[in-house]
Structures are given as structure tokens and as C-alpha cells.
Design a protein around this ligand. Structure first.
Ligand code: FHN
Length: 685
């Protein structure tokens, strides 16, 4: 049962009276006829504010001399539950002004706000009937969730709640944090009872503030299952059929990538975190959430603020890939936004004031990567509008739109519609003259109106296992669109309809430049793809004697966001011999591993490597960085290739994990072979 402490009667009595007199909960909104109807406002919005706020703002990231903590401080500083609960009596954000928050969000061009109603520490920013571990038991006593929900309504914003499944306070939640397991016995813990508590709190949130979004998180521990996720998702649907629920209600978000193709996964949108899917997630609703600095919760020592320009480019990049951007602010303990956050919101708002139509209600670019920047689209009849976001002005002074087949009606800089820009067709491409610099917030946006929904013939792809090879390489050329003939050259010249026509794989036996383009009835209709392939000599093996099997493995306690370039000073806490590149049992959080030794290569050849990890990892062979998979992310695989001579090659692999899930795997493949784990027999030390 939730802990019961005597509450301040001057706060409780009005609450009890209010609860008794509370009107019956409103009936659920009508069920949207389709998922498109349910998602419509969210797809139009494209941009929202994430707010991570709670008791963790009080220490501001600092605890017993360390200042790297954030919203996880209860865990990362290993603060015993009873000591952490003392923060409740200090919660008194006298400067909290929900309207000020809502105004800042609206002025930045944001259309919705998602506030942590409860983070992993279990403390609720609303006065819950199901626990005293909430704002009701604080000197401030005000219901933050209710106040912000009302302010959002006043400022035309949708309001959502982030509610953590993981709960480090509730006695029935399991598992305990490893470091406090002994101090918090689990004999009477009942996770089913915790699930009922979680449902009860979700229901009271929905009935009280009717969130437009229920944003779940903390779903990765083994006690949370797909079945529990489905039950919670169905509860949300029953309570508020029009309310959106993110995919972290279930167990299929696949770490920071935020998305999996699991057919059983439930949730209305995918949730990549601190990253943008390189090609978006076609056919999927997705929202990338990011911090402005390096912490979600307030950390006074964190000066790693992303520039306003970088954040704005993230917004544009995400919208150009069909996603939403949920940008986070971690308010200070007094209830105010850090000035650095306010400055960034203001800068973005100044751009959005004149360019919001290029974000809100737009859809993903119809082009492959554009050299000058990004494109968003407002498709329509009889006219569609392409928004060209100019990150890098092209030296030739023209924006090139490869393969645009639509008839161009006009082009102009957004905000200067009366100054038409020259447009010309060059082969399959459309060239738009850059506007002369006319001031205004950057990046400039060029609007191109076309006749009907945009028609783009995508540039052909030139696929191969690698850009380098030792003996021979197979290359495949193909056009994404149907009904086109693809012609190619191997000498770097531009293909024509008379060039060889792509059919099956093309075998290369020497370095060359492949170019390919799409033709329709002999006319060029796509951009031209180009890729350079280089024949290389294999790196000679190291002159070392045969060694014992396995790699030397060193373990370190770290608090990384990246693998540091200087690792000389690191002192290993544990050394061993690893029979394979794999995580030892019981690997903890804030840990780094270094595998060192030699790779025994069976023959001269090009070797491809696939390195997958949560969080970051890097692989060096012979001192050359072959795979860079560094960064705070979920399980992500990145690949690289290197030509190696038969024999032993020095190998160094670094891996690290901050918090949450931990994974590591290393696979290799020779040309034409499938990837397979690097066998222990190939590892020496
Ligand atoms: O552990 C949380 C973290 O504190 C933060 O809330 C982010 C934001 O989505 N989500 C989890 C990490 O994936």
C-alpha cells in the first residue's frame, strides 16, 4: 500500500472536500473513425515541448561532491529511499508559472507539451489519490499537472503526460535498483498489485486532465512484459479513445532507436531518443525527443548546450523525414526555465514566426539527400508547395532538385512571395536560383509551387558490399521507381540512353567510378548517381608470434557520453581473458570494456565488420578505426570494412554503457558471404 504520512490538514481538508464534490468524470471522447483521424493534430503539430521536472531539480545534478547527475540522481548517486524522500519537504517552486511555460512553448512554434507527471523516482507532480509521494505532501502543495494542463488550453496547446512505468519508490515495483536490493526487501512486493496502482494513476490522470498524449517510459526492465503493455494500452484506449499513446507502453521500442518492426507492438508512434533515424521511418508515425544540453532533468553544471541553430536544424531535419520533434527543457527547482533554454526557444520562435508553414502540417521530402539542405512538403490540389531549407548555399547559386518531374508554377523566398526566383530545367533536374541575401532569420526557405502532388523520379542506387575491394567486387545498379530504364558508365562519364543498360550485378576488377541515371522512353528523368570504388592492397599482418586464444579484457567504471580520445589514464578495475567479443555476465551500468589482442585473418581479402552495441562502441584493427558506433544509443549496428593480409592484426575494441540495457556483438564477413560472429578461434592475445 502507498506509504501514509500525516498530511497538513490545511491542505488536506479542501482536497477531501473537492474530491467528494468532484463532478462525475467526463465520458470518453468519441472514438476516432481511423488512426489517421486520431493522429491528425499530432502530424500537423510536428513540434512539441518535453518537460522533465521533479524533486531531482532540487539538487540540480549535484550530490556529495559529484555534479554529473540528472533526473536519475536517486540511482546514479545511490541515494537511499528514506534520504531521497526528504526532498519532498523542500519542494516549493515559488516561481512556477504554468502560463509562462505555455507562452514560451507557443512562442517557439510548439503545438503540444509533454510533462513528467511521474519519472522513475515515483514522485508525482499531481496530487494523486493513490499515494502521498506527490506534490500534495509538499509546502507548495499545488497540482503542477493540473495547472500546466489548464495553461496549455489557454494558450492553444495540447497537453500530454510522461508517466514512468519504472518506479523506484513504490514498494510493489520490481526489480529494485541493484545497489539498494539488500536495503529494500522484496518479500511482500507484488508486481501485479503495482500494475493495478499504475493503472489507477493513469486513470486518474486521464479523468482529471484528459491528456492528448500519454507518454510512457521506463518499460525496459524484465518485469514489464508485452502482455502488461497491451493491458495498459487498452486501458488508455478505453478511457480516452482519441488519446495518443507512445510505443514505450510496450516492450518493443528497441532502445534509443525507439522503434521495432515487431508485428505485435502496440503504441501510436515510435520514439527515437537523442537521435534522428537517418532515413526517417517511412510509413510510421515517429517523434524524436532530445535534450538541449546533456541532461533531461535540471543540472546546474551542464554547460553542453546545443546551439539554437543546431536545434533548429534538428527540427527541420526531423520534419523533412516525416517526424515530430519533442524538445526538452529541464526547469530549475524554483519553477523557472534556465535562461539558456529560454534563449533557444526564443531563437527558434523567431524563425518559426516567418517559416512555421514550412514545418507545421508538412510531410517528408520526396527527394533523396539534397546537397543544399532539406525539403518539406505541403502536398495538395491543384497546387503543392515544396519548402527548400537552405543549410549550405550552393556555390553555383542554384538549388538543384534532382528528378523533379512536376511542372513548376513559381518559386520565391518564404516571406518575399512577390519576388519570383528564376527556375530552369536541366535534364531531369530543376534548378532554382538562390535568393539574394535579404536578412531575416536563417536558414532561408525557398518555396516552390508545383502543379498537383509532387512527382519525383528518384535517383538510381548503386549498391555494393563496400567501396573498397581486393580482387573483385559485384555492384548492383537499380532505380527505385518502376518503369524506368537505368543506364550506367564505369569511366565517370555521364550516362546516356546509349550507355549500357543495368540488368544483373556488374563485376569490377579495378578501381573505377560508376555513374547511373534513369531514363523514360530515352529521356533522362532522374538525377545521376555516382560512386567511386577502389581496389586496395591488403594491410600486412603484424610480425608477432602465435599467441594464446582469446582477447585481454579490461573493465572500467566510467560516466561517458562518448569514448574519450585519451584513454591512457584509465585504470582497469578487472582484467580477464575473453574467449569471444561478448558482454560478461552481470555487466553493470556506467561501465566500459576494452578488448585487446589480435585478429587471426585466414586469407588476404576485404573483411567487413558489423558492430552492434548499447551504448557506444568502436573497433580498431592495426590502429585504423574500422567501425565507429559510439554515442549514447540503444542497440544500433554500424559497419565498416578493411582489407587485411593473412595473419595476425592488432585488435582493440571499446564498449561502454551508461544506464539501462547493455548489448554488444561483433560479426564479420568476406565478400559474398553472410555476416557471422567473429569466432573465438580467430582471437589471440
Ligand atoms: O530513463 C529515461 C530518461 O531519464 C529520460 O526520461 C528519457 C527521455 O525520453 N527516457 C528514458 C531513457 O530512454
Amino acid at each position: 500500500m502507498p506509504d501514509r504520512r500525516r498530511r497538513n490538514p490545511c491542505v488536506v481538508l479542501p482536497l477531501l472536500a473537492a474530491a467528494c464534490a468532484a463532478p462525475p468524470a467526463p465520458l470518453p471522447a468519441p472514438t476516432p473513425a481511423t488512426q489517421d483521424e486520431r493522429m491528425a493534430w499530432w502530424r500537423e503539430a510536428r513540434f512539441g515541448l518535453f518537460v522533465h521536472w521533479g524533486l531531482y531539480a532540487l539538487p540540480a545534478g549535484k550530490w556529495r561532491g559529484e555534479d554529473h547527475h540528472g533526473e536519475w540522481i536517486r540511482d546514479t548517486a545511490r541515494i537511499p529511499r528514506d534520504e531521497y524522500t526528504q526532498l519532498q519537504a523542500r519542494w516549493n517552486p515559488t516561481a512556477f508559472d504554468a502560463d509562462a511555460w505555455a507562452r514560451s512553448a507557443a512562442a517557439a512554434g510548439m503545438k503540444y507539451v509533454v510533462l513528467t507527471s511521474k519519472h522513475h523516482d515515483g514522485f508525482c507532480l499531481f496530487d494523486s489519490a493513490h499515494t502521498d509521494w506527490d506534490v500534495g505532501g509538499t509546502p507548495h502543495g499545488r497540482d503542477i499537472v493540473a495547472e500546466l494542463a489548464a495553461a496549455c488550453a489557454r494558450h492553444g496547446l495540447r497537453f500530454g503526460t510522461y508517466h514512468s512505468i519504472m518506479d523506484w519508490h513504490h514498494p510493489d515495483y520490481l526489480p529494485r535498483r541493484p545497489w539498494e536490493a539488500a536495503a529494500r526487501p522484496t518479500a511482500s512486493a507484488d508486481f501485479d498489485r503495482y500494475e493495478r496502482h499504475l493503472h489507477a494513476q493513469v486513470e486518474e490522470l486521464v479523468r482529471r486532465v484528459r491528456p492528448a498524449v500519454m507518454w510512457f517510459d521506463g518499460e525496459w526492465e524484465p518485469t514489464w512484459t508485452h502482455a502488461r503493455g497491451v493491458r495498459l494500452f487498452e486501458l488508455c484506449r478505453r478511457l480516452a479513445p482519441a488519446m495518443l499513446v507512445n510505443n514505450r507502453v510496450d516492450v518493443h521500442r528497441d532502445g534509443m532507436a525507439g522503434f521495432s518492426t515487431s508485428a505485435e507492438a502496440v503504441g501510436d508512434f515510435a520514439t527515437p531518443e537523442q537521435e534522428v533515424p537517418p532515413d526517417g521511418l517511412p510509413g510510421v508515425d515517429w517523434e524524436s525527443c532530445m535534450t538541449m544540453n546533456a541532461h533531461w532533468g535540471w543540472n546546474a553544471a551542464d554547460t553542453r548546450w546545443k546551439s539554437a541553430d543546431e536545434l533548429l536544424r534538428h527540427l527541420i531535419d526531423i520534419a523533412s523525414k516525416g517526424g515530430n520533434f519533442l524538445l526538452n527543457v529541464g526547469p530549475r527547482a524554483d519553477g523557472t526555465f534556465p535562461p539558456e533554454a529560454e534563449d533557444r526557444l526564443r531563437h527558434i520562435g523567431e524563425w518559426m514566426a516567418g517559416h512555421g508553414e514550412a514545418i507545421h502540417g508538412t510531410t517528408a521530402s520526396p527527394f533523396d539527400a539534397l546537397a543544399f539542405g532539406r525539403c518539406t512538403v505541403r502536398a495538395g490540389e491543384p497546387v503543392s508547395r515544396l519548402y527548400l531549407h537552405v543549410f549550405t548555399p550552393p556555390p553555383a547559386g542554384e538549388l538543384v532538385l534532382p528528378g523533379l518531374a512536376s511542372r513548376v508554377l513559381r518559386a520565391f523566398r518564404l516571406g518575399a512571395a512577390d519576388a519570383a526566383l528564376p527556375v530552369r530545367r536541366v535534364g531531369a533536374d530543376v534548378h532554382v536560383r538562390l535568393p539574394t541575401a535579404t536578412g531575416g532569420p536563417l536558414p532561408p526557405v525557398v518555396a516552390v509551387d508545383v502543379d498537383g502532388p509532387p512527382v519525383v523520379h528518384r535517383t538510381p542506387s548503386i549498391a555494393a558490399e563496400s567501396d573498397v575491394f581486393v580482387d573483385a567486387l559485384l555492384v548492383t545498379v537499380a532505380a527505385p521507381g518502376a518503369g524506368l530504364d537505368v543506364h550506367y558508365t564505369l569511366d565517370g562519364s555521364d550516362p546516356t540512353a546509349a550507355s549500357p543498360r543495368a540488368g544483373g550485378p556488374i563485376a569490377l576488377h579495378g578501381s573505377c567510378t560508376v555513374k547511373a541515371a534513369g531514363f523514360h522512353r530515352g529521356s533522362l528523368v532522374t538525377g545521376t548517381a555516382e560512386r567511386r570504388f577502389t581496389q586496395v592492397a591488403p594491410r600486412p599482418p603484424a610480425k608477432v608470434l602465435a599467441r594464446g586464444h582469446g582477447l585481454r579484457l579490461a573493465r572500467h567504471t566510467v560516466d561517458w557520453q562518448r569514448i574519450p580520445d585519451d584513454r591512457q589514464g584509465l585504470v582497469a578495475e578487472h582484467d580477464a581473458i575473453a574467449a569471444a567479443v561478448a558482454l560478461p555476465d552481470g555487466i553493470g551500468e556506467r561501465t566500459a570494456l576494452c578488448f585487446r589482442g589480435f585478429l587471426d585473418v585466414p586469407a588476404d581479402d576485404l573483411y567487413r565488420f558489423a558492430l552492434a552495441s548499447d551504448d557506444g562502441s568502436r573497433l580498431w584493427l592495426g590502429g585504423e578505426l574500422v567501425v565507429d558506433n559510439d554515442g549514447p544509443h540503444g542497440t544500433v549496428e554500424r559497419r565498416g570494412a578493411i582489407a587485411l593480409g593473412r595473419g595476425l592484426h592488432p585488435l582493440e575494441l571499446w564498449w561502454w554503457n551508461r544506464t539501462g540495457e547493455a548489448t554488444l556483438s561483433l560479426q564479420w564477413a568476406r565478400p559474398g558471404e553472410p555476416f557471422a560472429p567473429v569466432p573465438g578461434a580467430a582471437l589471440r592475445h
